[in-house]
Design a protein around this ligand. Structure first.
Ligand SMILES: [Zn+2]
Length: 241
C-alpha cells in the first residue's frame, strides 16, 4: 500500500510532511517547524505520531520537536552529525542507515552543504524522498555550511534516483526558483512549459510540491549544472537574483 503523505503549510512558506503507513497504522512527521498545526492534522485523521524525522538542525525544521514529543511521546530521529545542534534527538542516523515506518523502509542519504550534517530519507519501494532544504523544485538549498562541490555531488546522487520518485521538499520556493531557472536556461523548452503551469498554480494559491526526480532532471538548473564551477556560478547568481 502506498504511503499517505499530507502537506501541512506553516510559517511563511514551509511544508511539514505528515506520513502515514496504512498497513501498520504508523505515522511520522518530517521536519515539524511548529507543533500546533501538526498535532491538529494528526488528531483530525485519528493518527498517532510515533516519530519525528529531522533532515537538519534549522529551527524551521525542528521547532516543533519538543512540543510534539511532549504531547505524543514520539521518538525523534535525526542526523548524527548534527546531534549537538538538535538537543531533542533520541536516535542518531547516518549514511546507509535504514529507518522504518511500519513496513516502509527509508535509506538515509547524507547530503551536506546547506548544513554540514544534512540528510535525506529515501523510500525506494514507495518511490519517495524527503530532501529537506537540499533539493527544491527548480532549485537547491543555499550553501550555508558546505561547498558547491558537495552540492554538486548531492545533485548527482539525487538525479540517479528513479525518475518517478516523488520529491518532498520543505519550502514553496518554486516560482522564485523558476524565474531564476529561466535566466540560467532560457532555451529549455521543458522549463518554459513548467513555469507556465507553476505561474498558473501559484495564481490560484495552489502548492507546487511534491515534484519528481524526472521533472527536476529536465528543469532544475542546479541538478543540470555540468560542473562544480557551473553549479557554484548558478548558486551565486541565484543568491543575488
Ligand atoms: Zn534549512
Amino acid at each position: 500500500m502506498p504511503l499517505e503523505i499530507i502537506r501541512i503549510p506553516v510559517l511563511s512558506d514551509n511544508y511539514v510532511w505528515l506520513v502515514h503507513e496504512p498497513q501498520s497504522g504508523e505515522t511520522m512527521v518530517v521536519d515539524p517547524a511548529v507543533s500546533g498545526p501538526v498535532l491538529e492534522e494528526a488528531d483530525k485523521r485519528g493518527w498517532r505520531i510515533a516519530a519525528i524525522w529531522n533532515t537538519h538542525w534549522h529551527p524551521d525544521h525542528t521547532g516543533g520537536n519538543a512540543e510534539i514529543k511532549a504531547a505524543t511521546g514520539c521518538t525523534i530521529i535525526g542526523p548524527e552529525a548534527e546531534h549537538a545542534r538538535i538537543p531533542t534527538l533520541d536516535v542518531l542516523v547516518k549514511e546507509g542507515d535504514v529507518v522504518s515506518l511500519g513496513t516502509a523502509k527509508a535509506h538515509v542519504m547524507e547530503v551536506p552543504a546547506h548544513t554540514a550534517g544534512h540528510i535525506a530519507y529515501h523510500f525506494p519501494r514507495e518511490a519517495a524522498v524527503f530532501v529537506g532544504d537540499t533539493l527544491f523544485a527548480m532549485g537547491c538549498g543555499r550553501l550555508f555550511e558546505g561547498t558547491a562541490a558537495q552540492m554538486f555531488g548531492n545533485m548527482a546522487r539525487l538525479a540517479e534516483l528513479p525518475a518517478e520518485t516523488d520529491v518532498y521538499c520543505a519550502h514553496e520556493y518554486t516560482q522564485s526558483n523558476g524565474r531564476y531557472a529561466l535566466v540560467a536556461e532560457p532555451e529549455n523548452a521543458a522549463l518554459i512549459v513548467r513555469m507556465a503551469s507553476v505561474d498558473l498554480m501559484r495564481s490560484r494559491g495552489e502548492p507546487t510540491v511534491p515534484t519528481t526526480i524526472g521533472l527536476e532532471r529536465a528543469t532544475n538548473p542546479f541538478m543540470r549544472a555540468r560542473s562544480v564551477e557551473e553549479l557554484a556560478a548558478r548558486r551565486a547568481a541565484k543568491d543575488a537574483f
